[in-house]
Design a protein around this ligand. Structure first.
Ligand SMILES: CC(=O)SCCNC(=O)CCNC(=O)[C@H](O)C(C)(C)COP(=O)(O)OP(=O)(O)OC[C@H]1O[C@@H](n2cnc3c(N)ncnc32)[C@H](O)[C@@H]1OP(=O)(O)O
Ligand SMILES: N[C@@H](CCO)C(=O)O
Length: 401
């Protein structure tokens, strides 16, 4: 790794666009959650009713928001479930706007003629339980008319999959042609294949571990503490407009920290080098390095599309992940998977390194390859979102298997 300063390092980079600057100046609302009454966009909602968590807590009225593409055939055997990562949502495809804060996150992978070809497959993508883009989460209104906020239950990955199972039941989908997920979505996909093996014909696990390790727990704990320490977090009770702004500083800082795990040192060093964001030198007060500006931008942008309590809920759910829990261990659990399986990782992933995917691949009986597929990419963990040609090529193989 080359940390030396070169003459080019002092060349100021192009400033961010005017639209970006406007976005950063605008004051966000207390929460970036989608709220009842906001435009629904392409979302649909399925009401699941009473929900009891693994931990013994209770939600009296639960719903999942979801989107779909393609048509369910008469045999009902072409349904594909796509499960999003930590801060994703149901919006796999489509424009930003009309209730969707971001454009589709897998536009190049899912669609007519794409790897997950919606002319052939009926694709469903739900927003996870505890999320903030239409499914029941901490920003949802409880029976007493107030947001759940700090009263929202602790959820596990298995709770979230239980909600997805009830969604499939209610849609009349007895068996998925494939369940595919990246990162936390891959944790959900693994649980699907273990909890309901007869309902998962094919399984795609991208950039996910079999268990959230101590290292990953540690990275998550510091982020959650950062959110909670923001004075505007107010113990999670920040939705009341009278309190003013939400815990944006803490949430934005947590996102900056997370982004470092999502990208790789190689990419950051090559992309930003030591360049300045503007004509003002960062060697003194006032100027910023371009990489700092990039992190600031993503941190601030995140607060406009995510809810701090929801972030805590979904990170805690990710921390619960251990497919071996109460099942005799990780390998025992993997042996029970009957689906034809693709396991894929990115060589520069520092969040969920490839040894996790290799461990999964070693013990799944129906692996379609001899071992986990390891893509070479400088994009780190986010490679599963960015390397769409290669990821798509492997998903096509899975769907043709
Ligand atoms: C299944 C799921 O995981 S869903 C969740 C996925 N979505 C996210 O993670 C949301 C955040 N987005 C991202 O992290 C990325 O956009 C990805 C992973 C989806 C795609 O990565 P990339 O295409 O490499 O985007 P990249 O990380 O370069 O970010 C580009 C943005 O940074 C901005 N940017 C780039 N350099 C700078 C800089 N020096 N200063 C400020 N902003 C900058 C760009 O203006 C661009 O803005 P935009 O998002 O409004 O278009
Ligand atoms: N960019 C992804 C990374 C986690 O997999 C997200 O924010 O959900």
């Amino acid at each position: 790794m080359d940390w030396q300063t070169t003459p080019e390092d002092t060349v100021p980079s192009a400033p961010v666009t005017e639209a970006d600057e406007r976005l950063l100046r605008a004051r966000p609302p207390a929460t970036g959650a989608w709220r009842d009454g906001d435009p629904a966009g392409h979302r649909r909602f399925t009401f699941l009713g009473d929900f009891h968590t693994e931990n013994g807590e209770h939600l009296p009225a639960t719903r999942l928001a979801w989107e779909s593409w393609g048509e369910l055939n008469e045999a009902r055997d072409n349904a594909v479930l796509i499960l999003h990562a930590l801060t994703g949502d149901s919006h796999v495809r489509g424009e930003a706007g009309a209730g969707h804060p971001t454009a589709g996150w897998w536009e190049q992978v899912v669609g007519p003629g794409a790897a997950v070809d919606t002319d052939r497959w009926f694709v469903i993508a739900p927003n996870m339980l505890g999320g903030c883009q239409g499914s029941t989460g901490p920003a949802s209104v409880a029976p007493d008319g107030r947001e759940w906020a700090s009263r929202f239950p602790y959820l596990t990955i298995r709770d979230q999959v239980t909600a997805q199972i009830r969604l499939a039941d209610s849609l009349g989908i007895d068996r998925w042609a494939a369940v595919i997920g990246g990162s936390m979505g891959g944790m959900h996909a693994l649980e699907w294949a273990i909890m309901e093996p007869e309902r998962v014909q094919r399984l795609g696990v991208l950039s996910s571990p079999p268990v959230t390790t101590a290292d990953q727990l540690a990275l998550n704990f510091v982020q959650l503490e950062t959110v909670r320490m923001d004075p505007h977090f107010a113990g999670g009770e920040y939705y009341d407009a009278a309190l003013g702004e939400g815990p944006h500083r803490g949430l934005a800082l947590a996102r900056r920290m997370a982004l470092l795990n999502y990208r790789s040192p190689i990419e950051l060093n090559q992309r930003f080098q030591r360049s300045w964001q503007s004509g003002v030198s960062p060697l003194g007060r006032g100027g910023r390095f371009a990489v700092q500006s990039y992190l600031d931008f993503h941190g601030n942008k995140f607060t406009r599309r995510f809810d701090a309590n929801s972030y805590i809920t979904v990170v805690e759910a990710m921390n619960s992940h251990d497919i071996g829990r109460d099942r005799g261990g990780v390998e025992e659990a993997l042996h029970t998977i009957t689906a034809k399986t693709l396991v894929l990782g990115i060589d520069s992933d520092r969040l969920f390194p490839v040894d996790g995917q290799q461990r999964i691949a070693r013990s799944i009986p129906g692996l379609i390859d001899e071992e986990a597929i390891v893509l070479s990419s400088d994009f780190g963990h986010d490679g599963f979102l960015i390397e769409t040609d290669e990821v798509g090529m492997h998903l096509r193989r899975l769907l043709d298997s």
